[in-house]
Design a protein around this ligand. Structure first.
Ligand code: UD1
Length: 339
């Protein structure tokens, strides 16, 4: 079994990817500092897989500790790098922490990997790199625009760092940059899912917590955008579908099929849904009415963005399988286990 190091492997997308890796015949190895994840994710992974996944409780920005993992595991074939802070609002309040953590951990990883002959990297990027796009849907060739937050800027900077490192004459690194759209949902077993700390920033956990009675009501952040119903449009992708994109990407790197040292793919469904449509789909999925009202716009929100998913389909053979309603049903099932 080929070993794949998964930084942030106890997190939301990381935990689903660890499960998918093991099920696809790889040996995942988790590195996580548990700053925004919980032990219970490991128990959930073990319960789904029936085996314990080797886990190192270290900060991936700690070079000595990270070297220790590569030494101990010896034959790591590739890295999927999730470990990063991800809250847009928090990044505005604590920009330095975001640059140190998100950029710093990538730099550490890139410094350590070649010393152990590890040449394959899948990096967690985001549709946030497109800023406010001029035209929809966005393709990988859509020019990036100024990011609306320091969080978004860290993703843009990390992409540029990967390109510069790869352009060096002695470089052997091969990277696939995956630009995720909005991940939602949970594993069908409801043993792993999203675990937001405190009041959720993201739409779907806010919806499920409202339905569960933890929050009084959802406030929709503006209904006066130039979109069909006035609310923001996003591309919501089921986290298990998203996890599968990583398996295909890793396989492509290991098979040496990548056509360039850095390849970039949008990972979305190719469909945009408004906030109101998500609310309606949730009501259908859960069979209950959601308490919500319309509030002001949220600063920094992009009016509308969704993926052109053609490149991932043609080059990676990757297509999403889960509908919005089914994705939300899995979020609701997961929420009910948390009560
Ligand atoms: C943002 C980032 C994304 C990042 C994600 C991580 C952009 C364009 N996107 O996604 O890259 O990975 O955060 O957290 O920067 N909403 C409400 N009420 C709420 C919560 C959300 O109406 O209580 C609306 C938002 O205004 C937005 C939509 O729901 O229109 C989705 O919001 P959210 O889940 O926070 O994700 P993004 O902001 O799209």
């Amino acid at each position: 079994m080929k070993k794949i190091l998964v930084t942030g492997g106890a997190g939301y997308i990381g935990s689903h990817t660890v499960v998918a890796l093991q099920q696809a015949g790889y040996q995942p190895v988790i590195v996580d500092n548990f700053s925004n994840s919980e032990e219970s994710a490991l128990a959930g992974i073990e319960s789904i897989l029936g085996v314990k996944v080797p886990t190192y409780r270290i900060d991936c920005g700690n070079e000595a500790a990270l070297r220790g993992v590569f030494e101990a595991e010896k034959d790591i074939k590739g890295v999927i790098h999730f470990a990063a802070y991800k809250a847009v609002g928090e990044s505005v309040a604590k920009p330095l922490a975001y640059f140190q953590n998100n950029v710093g951990s990538l730099l550490t990883l890139l410094a350590v990997m070649p010393d152990f002959g590890v040449e394959n990297l899948v990096f967690s990027s985001s549709c946030t790199v497109y800023g406010i796009p001029d035209a929809l849907p966005v393709t990988e060739a859509t020019p990036t625009k100024p990011a609306s937050s320091p969080y978004g800027r860290t993703k843009q900077m990390c992409e540029e760092i990967v390109h510069d490192v790869s352009a060096a004459p002695t470089n052997k690194l091969r990277t696939i940059l995956l630009r995720y759209f909005n991940p939602i949902g949970a594993h069908e077993s409801a043993k792993i899912g999203e675990l937001p700390l405190g009041v959720p920033n993201n739409l779907v956990p806010y919806i499920t917590q409202t339905a569960a009675g933890i929050r009084e009501k959802l406030t929709i952040n503006g209904s006066d955008y130039e979109t069909p119903d006035g609310t923001n449009v996003r591309d919501y992708i089921h986290v298990v579908d998203l996890a599968k994109a990583h398996i295909v990407a890793v396989q492509r790197l290991l098979d040496r099929k990548a056509s360039e040292s850095v390849e970039t793919f949008n990972v979305g469904t190719g469909h945009g849904n408004s906030v109101l449509e998500v609310v309606q789909a949730f009501e259908k999925a859960s069979g209950q009415k959601l308490n919500y009202s319309i509030g002001p716009r949220r600063p920094g929100d992009v009016p509308a963005i969704y993926a052109d998913a053609t490149k991932a389909a043609q080059v990676l053979g990757f297509k999403t399988e889960t509908s919005l309603v089914d994705s939300l049903a899995s979020s609701w099932k997961w929420q009910q286990t948390l009560k």
